[in-house]
Design a protein around this ligand. Structure first.
Ligand SMILES: [Zn+2]
Length: 264
């Protein structure tokens, strides 16, 4: 599932292929922008903002995309064989040497660069951004102390980059039940610091690891309903929490390692 680390890698790979390059082909397969053609224009840079990606064409336009659930960007040598069916392509860019294809992008539009701030300015501090600011993220999280921490972490207005896998794993690592109100989390600064560290160590690799063991068990609880909690073996509980995209609601936690708070 795409999270901040996935998008960071996409931006890195796209930058390698596109930075400073002139486009020899531009095919946007989204009805509203199908007539947009940046052929002959130069890509200035590609930046990730949380889970959003901005491909900047000269000083004027940005191709703004979000991977949502299934999206991905591939870079091929020009003319190379695609690893996904062509009908799933939403954006095709070509340079002298590379073909860049965005498949199944949940969201794609073209905006003037001057409007980037309206598009992504609402995001909280970017966990993988050059301007990461833990204090500001904490301030935003604490502004709604009654909100379940499992929801607050996923809210990109608080801090940007955490998706469903990380929110589950972070709650586990903090020993917090996902429904614990933010204001009652034992060590919120540590949780935020851990989020930053996990995304940083994972941004460079394709397997997302929170346990330190890439080969056997990369995750503590996420998706482990069949195998149990990696630490104690207790059956992992699968529930739902959230109101955005369907899969984002699915939550995993260990009732032993993450006991619910006594609300009496
Ligand atoms: Zn456990």
């Amino acid at each position: 599932m795409p999270e901040g680390d996935t998008v960071w890698r996409a931006a890195r790979d796209l930058n390698r292929a596109l930075h400073g390059k002139e486009l020899t082909r531009c095919d946007i397969r989204v009805p509203k922008f199908a007539t947009v053609d940046f052929t002959g224009r130069t890509v200035r840079d590609v930046v990730a903002r949380g889970k959003h990606l901005l491909i900047r064409v000269e000083e004027e336009w940005s191709i703004h995309s979000h991977l949502k659930m299934e999206g991905l960007w591939h870079v091929y040598p020009k003319g190379g064989k695609w690893r996904r069916p062509a009908f799933k392509a939403r954006c095709i860019l070509e340079t002298e040497t590379s073909t860049i294809v965005g498949f199944e992008l949940g969201f794609l539009r073209i905006i003037p660069q001057a409007e980037e701030d309206d598009a992504v300015g609402y995001l909280g501090p970017d966990l993988l951004g050059p301007d990461w600011n833990a204090e500001e993220a904490l301030r935003r999280l604490r502004a709604d102390p009654a909100r379940p921490v499992g929801l607050a972490l996923l809210d990109q207005r608080n801090l940007a980059g955490i998706g469903n896998v990380y929110r589950c794993e972070l709650c586990f690592l903090a020993g917090e039940h996902p429904l614990t109100p933010v204001g009652e989390v034992k060590n919120l600064p540590r949780m935020v610091e851990l989020a930053h560290r996990l995304l940083e160590v994972n941004k460079g690799r394709s397997t997302r690891v929170t346990t330190g063991s890439m080969l056997r068990d990369p995750l503590w609880v996420y998706g482990r309903t069949d195998r149990g909690c990696l630490r104690c073996g207790t059956r992992v509980v699968r529930s739902e929490l959230g109101d955005n995209e369907l899969e984002q609601r699915v939550l995993y936690h260990c009732p032993h390692c993450q006991p619910a708070r006594d609300t009496a």
